[in-house]
Ligand binder design. Structure first.
Ligand code: GLA
Length: 633
């Protein structure tokens, strides 16, 4: 667990990039800004292990000592995120192979295959050295395993990966017959008769794509094989330090999807995450709020830590806009209101060389007499003055949204009714509609238990494409016990193997619970489609009929005129809404507003301001240029 009674403030510290004279100044500037925690050694493998088995800790010992004397705690990294040149030269097979069969080179970072035995062996040896050396160092307060697993080259298609994939499949399926049945390999002559015939889903001939079941299993495998790396490092650390918590930094961002963080969070002592704004988007504070809420979901509603964000511009977007005055304070307040135990950044001092030299930091190239340093020092002072905030988790919302990586993976595949579906965009649109209405949201995984679901007045299911029978049952039970649901189009279409459920799309969830029988999909043409109640649909319509639900709106000016588009079914005191189309943002807001009013859900703030409660603390943040007065209903 994270320390209570204190909010952390600081960031990645890379002293190896600077001469030692700078280190002393670093400590003074950290103290002046109120920094109390740094993540140390994240990319230091080549500096620590200069040849195979030859370790140099003198410089790190010195940096640790300076930090400790300066009263700054250390989030000790395991340095395994970027294998050194000597390692890849001796063992080129450590480097991952991409979808097209190209082996990726040393020279960037994260150039390792998660299934590589050599990588595991060398990483384990390094972690053993670091953990044994620093486990009882008084500066260490937490451990930072690797860095952003799955960020740059999550999927490796090399022979080692193929072998590991086969082993993983052998554990998942009791027999090849079972695998063949769930992948549907009688289609296109894909049946396997020997385990060793199985391949990783590399590029196939143009116009064809690997088998859907194979693709989704490969994504599951990649998650699991990468998670094994984390567990390996964590267990080594635990051998030397059973006191301080171990984490690894997630990337809770809209389009990062390779790792299933619900699974990862279960293996960690506390959840930490990184978040970077799409600075071209004037509404990016809504994405920030969404990702912070999602991270709190991974943390099961408890406190978590923002491990990285930026003080100002990043260096990897097409145009890297700097933050405007005050924006960083608002961003940080939003993270803290939504459960972060502090505010951390990439990185302490802006690099002079290397590909991140134009990425902002706490100490910019221009030095400390700068807007950025002054603003962060102001924030540091505020965090120091309000340590008790850390003792309270963010208050629970009344609405939960289902978020599930496997749905993301399924909907990324080709050969769907339309290639314009985007899981990330739909979830973001639903979240934004709610944010603008001032409705707070918690996130739950699709396999949430009935007990988890029951904590909420309303549960939203945007494109929950695959559900097992047991999962489906949990939603039926939730409704039977008084819960209310909104289910979107293209939900519960398949079981978890991607085999379609027959007898009306959406299975029992849509046909029985929502009371709508869906026959056929009709993706809308550009500009086509209206709804009878004036709301604006896009992307999707379907031929359907009511089987127990009431229509709120039907399709017009479409190929399925008269088919129900928005419906509600009353089940005892509960209501199940079905949304058989994608709605434009303004219409999505109206639809949710009606639902919230019907159910008496609190709406506070909204438009351009947010109100979030963390125990006795009420955070009110105004993102508009002008003053606003807060609304509550
Ligand atoms: C990620 C990494 C950092 C740094 C930042 C730049 O979050 O973890 O090392 O590269 O991106 O935005």
């Amino acid at each position: 667990m994270l320390n209570l009674g204190k909010l952390h403030f600081g960031g990645d510290y890379n002293p190896e990039q600077w001469p030692k004279e700078v280190w002393k100044q670093d400590i003074e500037l950290m103290q002046k800004a109120g920094v109390n925690l740094v993540s140390l050694g994240i990319f230091s493998w080549a500096k620590i292990e200069r040849r195979d088995g030859e370790y140099h800790f003198d410089w790190l010992d010195e940096a640790m000592q300076l930090l400790h004397e300066g009263g700054i705690s250390v989030d000790m990294a395991t340095a395994t995120a970027s294998p050194p040149a000597w390692l890849v030269k001796a063992h080129p097979e450590v480097q991952p192979v991409n979808f097209d069969g190209v082996r990726l080179s040393h020279g960037g970072r994260q150039h390792y295959c998660a299934a590589s035995g050599v990588y595991r062996e060398k990483a384990a040896a390094l972690v053993d050295q670091i953990a044994s050396r620093y486990a009882s160092h008084p500066a260490v307060v937490m451990w930072h395993v690797n860095n952003e697993y799955g960020c740059h080259a999550p999927y490796c298609f090399c022979e080692n990966s193929r072998q590991a994939f086969i082993k993983w499949l052998q554990e998942r399926y009791s027999s090849l017959d079972e695998l063949n049945a769930s992948w549907g390999t009688d289609f296109w002559s894909q049946r396997y008769y020997e385990w060793d015939e199985l391949v990783v889903p590399k590029r196939t001939p143009d116009g064809t794509h690997p088998n859907p079941g194979q693709q989704i299993d490969f994504k599951r495998f990649t998650n699991d094989v990468t998670l094994e790396l984390f567990k390996m490092e964590r267990d080594i650390i635990k051998r030397y330090d059973s006191v301080h918590p171990v984490t690894t930094n997630f990337m809770s961002m809209k389009f990062t999807y390779a790792m299933d963080y619900w699974k990862w969070a279960k293996e960690m002592d506390f959840v930490s995450t990184d978040h970077y704004l799409a600075q071209h988007d004037p509404q990016n504070h809504i994405d920030l709020a969404q990702q912070a809420d999602l991270t709190r979901g991974f943390a099961n509603g408890q406190q978590w830590l923002l491990m990285e964000h930026s003080t100002s511009a990043v260096n990897w977007q097409p145009r890297n806009y700097a933050k405007t005055p005050g924006q960083e304070l608002r961003n940080s307040a939003s993270f803290v209101s939504r459960g972060s135990q502090g505010v951390m950044y990439f990185q302490w001092r802006q690099s002079q060389a290397g590909s991140e030299r134009f990425h902002s930091a706490l100490v910019p190239h221009a030095g400390e007499d700068t807007r950025v340093y002054r603003e962060i020092a102001e924030l540091g002072a505020w965090l120091k003055e309000n340590p008790e905030v850390a003792n309270h988790p963010t208050d629970r919302a009344q609405v939960a949204m289902i978020y599930d990586y496997e749905q993301f993976w399924a909907l990324m595949q080709a050969n769907l009714p339309t290639q314009d579906l985007s899981y990330a965009e739909t979830v973001a649109k639903w979240y934004r509609a709610l944010w603008e209405l001032g409705i707070r949201v918690d996130f739950l995984p699709a396999d949430a238990s009935k007990a988890d679901l029951s904590a909420y007045k309303l549960v939203l299911m945007p494109m929950v494409h695959m559900l097992s029978e047991a999962e489906e049952q949990a939603y039926h039970d939730y409704v039977a016990d008084g819960g209310n649901l909104v289910v979107s189009y293209f939900s519960n279409i398949s079981d978890r193997t991607l085999r379609v459920k027959l007898g009306g799309y959406g299975g029992k969830l849509v046909r029985e619970l929502a009371g709508v029988y869906v026959e056929e999909f009709y993706p809308l043409r550009e500009g086509q489609g209206e709804l009878s109640n004036g709301l604006k649909p896009e992307l999707w319509s379907e031929l359907s009929r009511l089987e127990g639900a009431k229509a709120i709106a039907t399709f017009k000016s479409s190929d399925v005129d008269g088919s129900p588009a928005l419906t509600v079914r009353e089940v005892g005191d509960s209501k199940v809404w079905y949304q058989g189309t994608e709605l434009k943002l303004g219409s999505q807001k109206k639809f949710f507003k009606d639902i919230a009013s019907t159910l008496g859900i609190d709406m506070e703030g909204g438009d351009e301001s947010e109100v979030v409660r963390r125990g006795p603390y009420v955070f009110t943040i105004n993102h508009a240029k002008n003053k606003v007065s807060l609304k509550k209903s």
